[in-house]
Structure formats: C-alpha cells, structure tokens
Design a binder for this molecule. Sequence first.
Ligand SMILES: Cc1ncc(C[n+]2csc(CCOP(=O)(O)OP(=O)(O)O)c2C)c(N)n1
Length: 295
Amino acid sequence: MALSIPAEEYMDPGHTACHGCGATLAMRYVLKALGPKTVLSVPASCWAVIPGAMPSRTVRVTMVYTPFAATGASISGLREALDIRGDTDYNVVGFAGDGGTADIGFQSLSGAMERGHNVFYIMYDNEGYMNTGVQRSGSTPFGAETTTTPIGSRRTFKREPKKVVADMMVAQGVPYVATATIAYPEDLVRKVKAAQKIDGPKFFQILSPCPTGWYYPPEKTVEVSRLAVQSRMFPLYEYNMKHFRLSRPNKPITVREYIAGQDRFSHLTEQEIASLQDLVDERWNRLLQLEKDFP
Ligand SMILES: Cc1ncc(C[n+]2csc(CCOP(=O)(O)OP(=O)(O)O)c2C)c(N)n1
C-alpha cells in the first residue's frame, strides 16, 4: 500500500514527554491528518504537560486546557462558538487520556456524543493514569500491575477486565467510531480523514503504549503497539455510519507472547494468563458479531 501520511508537521520535536511515549506519536499523526485548522481541548493528563510551560507549545495549533472531567462539554461549547463565528471549517478535537475518558470524563463525553455536535473525541489510551504515577484506570487491562494495584505479598493486580470505551460508543450509535494505534500510522491517518467527512460526533480510541507505566524499554513502543494488535489485545476496527469492519491480524500471536515483554504482567501465573486470553477471545467474538450485525 502506498504511504499516505501527509509530510506536513504540526508538532515540534521539543517536548517534555518520556522517551518512547506513544501518546506523542498519536498526537503527531492525528494532527497530520487534520491539518492546521484544528482546535484542541486537552484535560489534565500527560498531554497537558507534554507541551511544556509558556512560551513553549509543541503543537502548532490552538490548544485549550480544560478541567479533567469536562472534555466533552468543552468541545461542545468550542464547536458551537466557532460555528456562530462562521468558522465551521475548524476541526474541534477533545484529546484526553483513558482516565479522563473511561472514568472521570465519561458522562461529559457521552453527552457530547448524544447531542450530536460536529466534534472529534480522541481518547489516547495508555491504559492508566500515567501523568500522576501509573495508577489503575478503567481502561487498564486485567492482570496489569499499577501503583494502585501493586503486586507485593497480596498480589493485588487489576482483577477487572478493560473497559472498552470505543465499544460503548458503538452501542450508543455514534456515527463514526474507530480504534487505532501508532504502529499502523497509515490506518490511523486514513481513519481520521474518513471521520473528517462526517458532520457529527466522531470517537477514536488510540492505543498509545507507555514504557514508563508498562515497564518495557522505550525503543520498543512501536513493536509493543503492533503486538497488541496481532495478539487481539487491542483489535483495530472502524464503525462508519452503521458499517462495522474489523481488521484481522496478519501474523496472529497469543496473549502470552504480547505480555512477555512488559513487566506489568510478569507476575501472572499460567492460569491467570489463560483468564486474560479468555477475556480477549470473548471480546473478539463480540466484535465478529458486530461485523455480522452491521455489514
Ligand atoms: C479533578 C481532578 N482530579 C485529579 C487530578 C489529578 N490528575 C491530573 S492528570 C491525572 C491522570 C490522568 O490520567 P489519564 O487521563 O489516563 O491521562 P494520562 O496521564 O495517562 O496521559 C490526574 C489523576 C486533576 N488534575 N483534576
């Protein structure tokens, strides 16, 4: 497939992210797809600090900081205000972490999607509250160690399955919903451009691996992102105006192979790995059913 990633950059190289941060690549590709007429609304998260303090900015588009729980409300207001001014050609984008989306910002997100505003909501999913020190979020997968689910003698790793916000947005009937990840930038950019054609709410969940919180070497971020897809831990799909398309891994691997390089899973027993594999298979079957239901 021909490389179709725009050459233009809307992010500058200097920023305060950790080495190997997947969330910086997520922003870079999203902005390449959307271009300069974009307004970002960012709540408390890693991305609230990545641009640095004034006069640093890192992104070459307007960025508004919003309270943790209010991304959905803030993009609703920005959209309506820009439309009143006649700036209908601006992309309005909420760019929030998984804690700010799956947990604390969920009602605000759900309301914005239900009211039908012409906005993007991008959840960059690093599977934890990383900016504040790797705490568990609703989007942390079963089995992971975090600082609020520490191993120690009581082995309190996360016992609950990952809350998959994209699937919830499909259930809500949001016009465009996609999952994507930074190992597949052509797919990510294509999806953002496809969504841009829709005059209504658009939701993205972008897996953005985090070496600091997943405990793997920073140079492995793209590889980890690819293995997440190949193992079906993070399936890629597109739900576009009631058509659902699920991407099949071209080199399938097991969940065990995916988690092998990440110390956040290194404590798991054989039985616990099997439980994680069961959860992954169960969700995959639900997604296959969605493909049948929305051909
Ligand atoms: C109302 C409120 N509660 C808590 C915080 C502290 N806080 C700032 S960033 C953050 C973690 C955000 O996690 P997530 O949304 O997953 O984004 P990430 O840090 O992983 O990029 C927390 C808890 C806050 N700023 N405001």
